[in-house]
Ligand binder design. Structure first.
Ligand SMILES: [Zn+2]
Length: 222
């Protein structure tokens, strides 16, 4: 369901968002009412989660439809689009290839930004192989236009980033890809944290990093 193709219909997209929200909530990638999920529909409109609702307990009809300027096209009475909608729209405006965006508050990855540590791109080979660098944005006031501004420098060149003292932003051609990126950055962040607790953190050598980057160019790059 999450690994959808470009021709998926609206009702299946609604079900895919429900499933993505449940997985993210159960894996502690989104807590309380935090986080938001959106997909681009075939007609170019965006289907997005409402504000103020746990993503672990969504119904298919909870989602709203907005256009790329943020105008509400349709919604259930009483529902407002996520306050972080402008950040999602910024991704779709800059990346025509993107069909799904997931903003989450993963514990370990967010902790790195609170501790002012860079994302550890060089501790496990799969990061450079599949994701590449994961930058951290400047601090922005949540639910403001600043959210969209701080991500802009990285949108064309990255598929995952950390939002300073806030959370994560991942996107891809479908929800599966966006969720896989999110799970990967949280997994690596947790291993890094645990390794630091044990002592020395081993880094992948620069020669090995060059090989991984070459392999990524060949097999994984969009
Ligand atoms: Zn947030």
């Amino acid at each position: 369901m999450l690994n959808f193709s470009a021709t998926i219909n609206e009702s299946d997209l609604r079900l895919a968002i429900v499933e993505c929200g449940r997985i993210a909530y159960e894996r502690h990638l989104m807590t309380s009412n935090d986080g938001n999920i959106s997909v681009r529909m075939e007609n170019g409109h965006i289907l997005i989660t409402p504000s103020g609702i746990s993503k672990g307990r969504l119904s298919p009809d909870d989602m709203l439809i907005v256009d790329l300027d943020g105008n509400i096209i349709s919604s259930k009475p009483g529902r407002k689009p996520s306050s972080e909608t402008p950040m999602h729209l910024e991704v779709y405006k800059h990346r025509e290839d993107v069909r799904a965006v997931v903003h989450a508050h993963p514990i370990f990855a967010t902790t790195l930004t609170v501790a002012d540590l860079e994302f550890p791109v060089d501790v496990l080979p799969e990061v450079l192989l599949t994701l590449g660098d994961v930058p951290t944005t400047k601090y922005a006031t949540p639910a403001s236009h600043e959210d969209a501004e701080v991500i802009r420098p990285f949108l064309k060149t990255h598929n995952a980033m950390l939002l300073r003292q806030h959370g994560s932003l991942t996107y891809g051609k479908n929800l599966d890809e966006a969720l896989v990126h999110l799970e990967r950055i949280e997994h690596v962040s947790e291993i890094y944290w645990r390794a630091k607790m044990l002592g020395e953190v081993k880094r992948v050598s620069s020669e090995a990093q060059a090989k991984l980057i070459a392999l990524r160019e060949k097999y994984f790059k969009r």
